[in-house]
Design a binder for this molecule. Structure first.
Ligand code: AMP
Ligand code: MG
Length: 414
């Protein structure tokens, strides 16, 4: 067990790996059957299998003419138009046989008729009466997808543990699933601490500030597929803190903000240690967010993970993305998502020398094939205005000091 006097200070990647390892061990919440659109954003508790072949018939991918590729090896080739097949054609209408020297007019999404092995795009044909002149050759299979080429009936199209995004919704819809089994949203209790912190519907005194962290965290929790429960703000007082922590441990995960730094009234770790708590780390070599704490409490026969996130609003947001999100993925039944790193060209010089991996609010702009990034001027990790203007963080490795305009730099997307 680690505490403030016995710190477990990890590098960024060690801390991230510690969370990922823990996330791989947790059991996800129970499955429930939800209407398809309510399942979006949650994680599949079942696999989705093809209820028939995909495509269910050989499908034309172009408007044009279904032909025998042999007939158009030498072009221009003159063929006889013998009919038409449109998307959704009845079996009878699509039962046309394409013989040598023949072409059948066909639409995108229509079944390629027997005898034909390819489709010539209408752009490469000329029609006069019932004669079609094909001006470009096609190879067998061109502009058509064979029946079952995407998936065979019974094949697993999407595995259990996949988060339902719009593509997964499309698969579920295509196999006729109006409801799918997903894991219930993990419940995440959020506890803000601090004598200066007041709830947003109260008027703050001159030296007080409003509780923005509980709300930014709740928004992040919801976006990550969790269900947020905001607890009342805890004073910097041990007994009150203990009471609210106990309440928070009823959830699947407890997030505490504030009170984890080195100040005299930063009581969170101390009070946590009065429970049966294990600390996996009590700090990470990052900035913002260095005092971040990750651990687990055993209470009433259950083990509940918790994070102590530093109270500075930008620290809270960054540490959520870096460390809380992968655990939420695990609790939701999924593998932790990769962090969305990207490369961009730096617009202006800057220097940094901290020995920490830094995540600095920044703005990505530039043409889409040439992303450029610049730092946002900020007053440190309490600067909400700066973070509200950011759409990414510049990732500063601990050992590098000078950064020059024009060089490639790693960014973490929001
Ligand atoms: P702490 O981590 O408790 O030392 O707090 C660091 C800074 O974050 C202080 O300036 C706090 O006033 C501020 N802070 C702490 N909790 C919150 C909160 N819930 N909402 C907004 N700011 C906070
Ligand atoms: Mg505090």
């Amino acid at each position: 067990m680690a505490s403030k006097s016995d710190p477990k200070l990890l590098s960024f990647s060690e801390a991230r790996r510690a969370v990922e390892a823990y996330a791989a061990r947790v059991s996800p919440s129970d499955p429930e059957l939800l209407p398809l659109l309510e399942a979006a954003g949650l994680v599949l508790a079942e696999e989705l299998r093809a209820d028939r072949d995909f495509p269910p018939f050989p499908r034309s991918t172009r408007d044009g003419f279904a032909v025998r590729s042999k007939d158009v090896r030498a072009v221009p080739a003159r063929l006889r138009r013998t009919g038409e097949i449109r998307a959704g054609a009845s079996e009878e209408q699509s039962a046309i046989q394409v013989n040598s020297g023949e072409a059948v007019e066909i639409m995108t999404g229509a079944p390629v008729p027997a005898g034909a092995d390819a489709v010539v795009m209408v752009e490469y044909t000329e029609r006069s009466g019932e004669t079609v002149t094909v001006k470009r050759s096609v190879a067998a299979g061109d502009n058509a997808v064979a029946m079952g080429a995407e998936a065979r009936q019974g094949d697993v199209m999407v595995t259990r543990g996949t988060r339902v995004n719009h593509s997964i919704v499309a698969v579920a819809a295509a196999i006729g699933r109006a409801q799918v089994a997903v894991h219930r949203r993990p419940r995440v209790a959020i506890l803000a601490t601090g004598d200066e912190v007041v709830d947003i519907n109260l008027r703050p005194g001159p030296n007080e500030i409003r509780n923005s962290n509980s709300y930014s965290l709740a928004a992040q929790v919801q976006a990550a597929g969790g269900e947020a429960m905001i607890l009342p703000v805890a004073r910097d007082e041990a007994d009150e803190l203990a009471l609210l922590l106990r309440k928070g441990f009823e959830a699947d995960l407890l997030l505490i903000t504030g009170g984890v730094s080195m100040g005299k009234y930063d009581l969170v770790e101390q009070v946590l240690a009065s429970f049966v708590a294990e600390f996996f780390f009590t700090g990470a070599l990052i900035q913002p967010g260095k005092p971040v704490v990750f651990g687990e409490v055993a209470l009433d026969g259950a083990r509940t993970p918790f994070f102590g996130l530093p109270g500075n609003p930008v620290s809270t947001m960054v540490t959520f993305q870096l460390f809380v999100q992968p655990l939420l993925d695990g609790l939701s039944g999924a593998k932790p998502r990769r962090l969305p790193f990207a490369q961009a060209v730096l617009k202006a010089d800057f220097s940094s020398k901290t020995g920490l991996t830094r995540f600095l609010p920044a703005r990505l702009s530039g043409a889409f094939e040439k992303p450029e990034v610049e730092l946002i001027r900020w007053q440190g990790s309490g600067d909400l205005m700066a973070s509200s203007q950011a759409n990414c963080y510049i990732v500063v490795p601990p050992e590098k000091e000078q950064f020059r305009a024009g060089e490639n730099i790693t960014v973490l997307m929001l």
